[in-house]
Design a protein around this ligand. Structure first.
Ligand SMILES: *Cc1c(COP(=O)(O)O)cnc(C)c1O
Length: 247
């Protein structure tokens, strides 16, 4: 059978996918235990940008029910095809204010809140819908201009705005790590995010104690992120294979 006629309704997994998922789970479990945490304390979020609904369905069916998408268009386009399979979707890419209305029906958490303006927009939209929304604050710990996220010295202002927003629940913090072979430099960024989380969590501000998550670590560096306290790693290419380059 040619791959173009592969069944989608049976959620058949592409060759090797289930093994790669299991290997990732085993590695994440070992790293969690090695960092003094429980085997189940680190969640795996599958970064599914560019991945077809058929492949995502196979991963969800194998028990990996937390997915992350970068683009609102892609979230919306895939939503119908995943609707019958229980799963959670997080937005992990930059969210433009004019896309807020389109995405809210399809996501359980927006991890990429990076401005007071966006927090305000999300809060007002949730108020109109009569719902609450889990969010994370995305911090640019690497300082690389290409990375989105609020600068560390502007985190407090953004956190205050999110905690004050009636319809937003701050669940934690997200970052995209430094892209470097210098593992100690990468780890320093993750340690910085952990310190921000600890400071906010212990601040005594109403709602701050719910902010426990550290979403950090990708295919190349999830073990280092877990060593620095990651509670959620976001992995794509290590399980799905290389993506086509972004245009
Ligand atoms: C693509 C992406 C990931 C996963 O990257 P891989 O290197 O493929 O594991 C994680 N987080 C974000 C925000 C991404 O865009």
């Amino acid at each position: 059978m040619s791959s173009s006629s592969a069944p989608t309704t049976q959620d058949a997994a592409p060759p090797g996918l289930v093994d790669r998922l299991q290997a990732l789970r085993d590695g994440v479990t070992s790293a969690a235990v090695a960092s003094g945490r429980g085997a189940d304390d680190v969640q795996i979020l599958l970064a599914t940008k560019t991945i077809s609904p058929a492949v995502i369905r196979a991963a969800i069916s194998a028990g990996y029910d937390l997915i992350g998408e970068n683009r609102v268009q892609e979230v919306v386009a895939k939503a119908d095809e995943l609707a019958d399979l229980p799963h959670r979707t997080h937005l992990i890419g930059h969210l433009q204010s004019n896309k807020v209305n389109a995405v809210l029906d399809h996501v359980d958490c927006v991890q990429s809140v990076d401005s007071v303006a966006l927090a305000g927009r999300l809060d007002r939209r949730c108020a109109a819908l009569g719902r609450a929304l889990d969010v994370m604050v995305q911090v640019n710990v690497s300082g690389e201009a290409s990375k989105s996220g609020v600068a560390p010295d502007a985190v407090d202002e953004l956190v205050a705005a999110v905690l004050a927003a009636e319809h937003l629940r701050l669940t934690g913090f997200m970052t995209i790590g430094l892209r470097s072979d210098d593992r100690s430099a990468v780890r320093a960024g993750y340690a910085e995010l952990a310190a921000i989380r600890d400071r906010v969590h212990g601040s005594g501000v109403p709602g701050a104690r719910r902010a426990v998550e550290l979403s950090m670590g990708m295919s190349g560096d999830w073990a280092d992120a877990i060593a620095e306290g990651a509670t959620m790693v976001r992995v794509g290419s290590a399980v799905f294979g290389a993506r086509p380059p972004v245009s």
